[in-house]
Design a protein around this ligand. Structure first.
Ligand code: CMC
Length: 391
């Protein structure tokens, strides 16, 4: 008693064992169940990757077909859930709505919340993966005052999300295959990243025996901050603020990021674990070039600013010494914007994707044995003292 390892920010503490994701930050390696992220991004799709993360192996053809079909069968949300949205102001941040409605899902599935039963855990996982795009799109539709779209199960996961986001009852919505592919890739690149802040939050909440919907809503809350999932929205706001790609203008912002008296940081730069490069950022940059190229937007002003900013920062001693590189979210916002996703939805898209990572970790923890997470502290308050006498 009384002897603890003091590790604020958990920079040197492993809190669990896990077989899902491997990261070598020095070498820029990211493997899901052993498979490199770039190979998955180029050859797999989000639903297949979800199966891999959740169950540990790539599915056979038949397993894939069944899994995908099961997800499609669960895309609708209970009609009563639409009423939750109406309680929010129209201009509510979609992340605020998402935290609420996902936690609220538990109220609809009381009969399947026995977390000791594998089958019930599996159906909760399927429900979450299937319903997240529906709920996310509902947040957007509510914001802009358009009717909610029911999911269309003739579409695949990414297409369905685009349809629910952008379709409206007045005209036929044509899926742009470039957008759908890019969306699927964004989902894949954000799917899991071992014990990051939100995943650790999900595990900690789950270690109390809380139901999976409550745990995922805790994860969404942790993801929201600008140091984590909120970075993609913050990157675009930063590029807006920078405004033009002239050398001296960009240099001014780089200098501000280096100034310790200025709270400004280069958003989309730096990572706790990656000290060489973020392998997701590499694929994301390629996707960005591809999407904007195919859309004839290769000279998009924000893309130009981002590329120049990256160049200038990577040559600067401050960033070199601290091993700060662009992370996954440096380019994701530019792609999302090109697809038509508004900036306040970027972190919501991240949450849709990370749900599979969160639920896979939760399921792994519940099925392999765990203790309640209970960090200790170094007490810095008063020593014992007597309550003053009243006169
Ligand atoms: N701009 C300027 N300086 C930075 C930045 C940045 N983006 N990131 C780190 N630094 C500096 C920091 O000031 C510190 O300098 P010094 O040693 O002189 O005090 C040094 O680099 C180490 O930084 P740290 O804050 O101790 O590093 P951390 O591991 O605690 O934080 C981070 C990691 C990702 C929160 C941080 O790099 C950051 O705030 N980046 C910007 C936000 C961002 O892009 N987040 C998304 C991360 S990837 C997706 C996700 O996880 O959701």
């Amino acid at each position: 008693e009384g002897f603890f390892t003091y590790d604020p920010g958990f920079v040197a503490t492993a809190a669990c064992e896990s077989g899902i994701t491997y990261i070598d930050g020095g070498e820029g390696v990211l493997l899901h169940r052993g498979y490199p992220i770039a190979q998955l991004a180029n050859n797999s799709n989000f639903v297949e990757l979800s199966y891999l993360l959740l169950f540990g192996e790539l599915p056979s053809k038949e397993e894939y077909v069944n899994f995908e079909k099961t997800i499609r069968n669960h895309t609708m949300v209970h009609e009563q859930l639409a009423n939750f949205f109406k309680g929010f102001r129209r201009d509510a941040h979609p992340m605020a709505i998402l935290c609420g409605v996902v936690g609220g899902l538990a109220a609809f599935y009381h009969d399947n919340l026995d977390i000791t039963k594998e089958e019930e855990r599996r159906v909760s996982a399927i429900r979450l993966i299937a319903k997240m795009p529906t709920l996310a799109a509902m947040c957007h539709k509510y914001n802009i005052g358009q009717p909610f779209n029911y999911p269309r199960n003739d579409l695949n996961y990414a297409e369905n999300f685009l349809y629910m986001m952008f379709g409206n009852p007045c005209e036929e919505y044509k899926i742009n295959p470039v957008f759908a592919k890019a969306m699927d890739r964004i989902f894949m690149l954000h799917a899991d990243h071992e014990q990051n802040a939100s995943t650790s939050t999900v595990r900690l909440a789950g270690s109390t025996g809380a139901n999976p919907f409550a745990c995922i809503s805790a994860g969404i809350a942790a993801l929201w901050g600008p140091a984590h999932g909120g970075a993609n929205e913050a990157v675009l706001n930063m590029l807006d603020e920078i405004g033009d790609d002239s050398e001296e203008n960009i240099q001014r912002f780089v200098d501000r990021a280096k100034d310790k008296d200025d709270p400004f940081r280069l958003m989309g730069f730096g990572h706790r674990v990656y000290r060489n490069f973020d392998p997701r950022a590499k694929v994301m940059k390629e996707t960005c070039d591809q999407v904007l190229g195919e859309l004839g937007m290769a000279d998009d002003p924000q893309l130009k600013i981002a590329k120049r900013l990256e160049q200038i920062a990577l040559e600067d001693d401050y960033f070199i010494e601290r091993q700060l590189y662009p992370n996954v979210d440096f380019y994701s916002g530019i792609i999302l914007k090109a697809i038509g996703v508004p900036a306040n939805m970027f972190t919501v898209v991240f949450a849709v994707s990370r749900t599979i990572g969160w639920i896979s970790h939760w399921n792994e923890m519940i099925s392999t044995g765990y203790r309640i997470g209970r960090p200790r502290q170094l007490y810095t308050g008063h020593t014992q003292r007597d309550y003053p006498e009243k006169n």
